[in-house]
Design a protein around this ligand. Structure first.
Ligand code: ADP
Length: 190
């Protein structure tokens, strides 16, 4: 099983590139953002707790996310590959993922880090907000999400550089161009 983490700031194109990876490689997709949005829609306990954090642009607490992920992961046992999208977002989540995969006899094979500057991210997210209707795609929340990304999530890059599995990918240009870079990094790790 190939385990790919797709990593980057909000608006860096993780969802778009994940869809293309699924089509080309037949991998399964685990998006913590999508799982949380489904939990909120169904008004589950987790959904109710997550809602306030998400509205503020803050992260949902690690223990809740890690438990949620372990459950989803068990449902993907027979996959030929899994894309982790939106997880890990903190060092403790990164450590938890390594442990969870080790317990299942596998590991993170590659971390695709989509690099896009803040001005472009802001622009993309404002545009997305106008069509997606996502409650967290407004100027104020976007600003907090970018701050959270730089403070809590981007340190994971160093964490994965030390493990020798970070693939830094230029996240600007056409979707196809970016996907070519993504494909090369996946092919190199398989
Ligand atoms: P984006 O990457 O575009 O910001 P996501 O759909 O991945 O959006 O996530 C939306 C929100 O869900 C995040 O801002 C955060 O509040 C919450 N969230 C998603 N994944 C995690 C995670 N791994 N840990 C904590 N909170 C998370």
């Amino acid at each position: 099983m190939t385990n790919v983490v797709i990593f980057g700031a909000p608006g860096s194109g993780k969802g778009t590139q994940s869809e293309l990876i699924i089509k080309k490689y037949g991998f399964d997709h685990i998006s913590t953002g999508d799982v949380l949005r489904a939990e909120m829609k169904n008004e589950t306990e987790l959904g109710k707790i997550a809602k306030d954090y998400i509205a503020k642009g803050a992260l949902v607490p690690d223990d809740l996310i890690i438990n949620m992920l372990a459950n989803v992961l068990d449902s993907k046992k027979n996959s030929k590959g899994v894309i982790f999208d939106g997880f890990p977002r903190t060092i403790p989540q990164g450590e938890a993922l390594n442990k969870m995969l080790a317990e299942r006899g596998c590991k993170v094979d590659v971390v695709l880090s989509l690099e896009v500057d803040d001005a472009e991210l802001m622009d993309r997210l404002i545009k997305r907000g106008q069509i997606s209707g996502r409650s967290d795609d407004n100027a104020e929340t976007i600003k907090s999400r970018l701050e959270v990304y730089h403070g809590q999530t981007s340190p994971l890059k160093q964490f994965y550089i030390e493990q020798g599995i970070l693939a830094s990918i230029k996240g600007t240009g056409s979707i196809e161009e970016i996907f070519e870079r993504v494909s090369k990094a996946i092919d190199a790790c398989k």
